[in-house]
Design a protein around this ligand. Structure first.
Ligand SMILES: Cc1cc2nc3c(=O)[nH]c(=O)nc-3n(C[C@H](O)[C@H](O)[C@H](O)COP(=O)(O)O)c2cc1C
Length: 189
């Protein structure tokens, strides 16, 4: 029990990776953790695209930054203008998590929540294996571009939601848990 809480507290978003690729066994366990996440109505409306091709990852970075430069939010534009910033943190492995789109008549009714649960499972599994990770949502910009999404060859009806970067950490200093906001719990007994 406490070990799980320690694992949860010790996980940090890592944004600097060694070039070495993670082991296939590690990747498979991380994917397995993702597919065993809970999902509304047990729809399991997710699809995982594993990208381990540096050229493809760099293309996603370049295209994303082009699109982010047109954003209406200042901090996003500033990030895109920073030449050193790589949206996927130069990680050797990236998993794109896509969700089956909801339509009015048919389920799934909450694919984004389901994909988020899968992402968190993968981050914790990675942490338990000593694999560094980061949840990336700024891929939203490229995921809105139909031509770019076509390149992922997703099954019909799926829309990419998030990316997860994976690799071995290149951060040498210890990263402490970030301070938590207070007064976020109420008890009704
Ligand atoms: C929905 C979501 C989107 C995120 N998008 C990004 C992102 O695009 N790039 C990034 O570097 N980190 C991203 N993060 C990671 C957060 O910045 C990070 O979790 C937060 O700062 C707390 O740090 P920690 O994960 O080390 O505890 C995202 C996290 C979530 C949950």
């Amino acid at each position: 029990m406490n070990n799980l809480l320690d694992l949860i507290k010790n996980r940090r978003s890592i944004r600097k990776y060694m070039p070495d690729q993670i082991k296939d066994e590690e990747l498979n366990l991380i994917l397995e953790a993702g597919i065993f996440a809970p999902s509304g109505h047990n729809d399991q409306p997710w699809y995982f695209t594993v990208i381990q091709n540096k050229e493809v990852l760099d293309e996603i970075n370049i295209k994303s930054k082009e699109l982010m430069k047109k954003a209406s939010t200042d901090w996003i534009v500033k990030m895109a203008e920073n030449e050193k910033y790589h949206i996927l943190h130069n990680a050797p492995t990236v998993i794109i998590v896509s969700g089956l789109e909801t339509n009015n008549k048919e389920l799934p009714y909450c694919p984004m929540a389901d994909c988020s649960a899968a992402v968190q499972n993968m981050l914790l599994m990675a942490e338990s294996l000593g694999v560094a990770s980061c949840w990336v949502g700024l891929t939203t910009f490229i995921f809105e571009d139909e031509e770019e999404v076509k390149k992922l060859n997703l099954p019909e009806g799926y829309k990419p939601q998030f990316a997860v970067t994976l690799g071995y950490s290149a951060i040498t200093k210890e990263l402490k848990a970030l301070p938590r906001k207070e007064n976020v719990i109420n008890y009704i007994k």
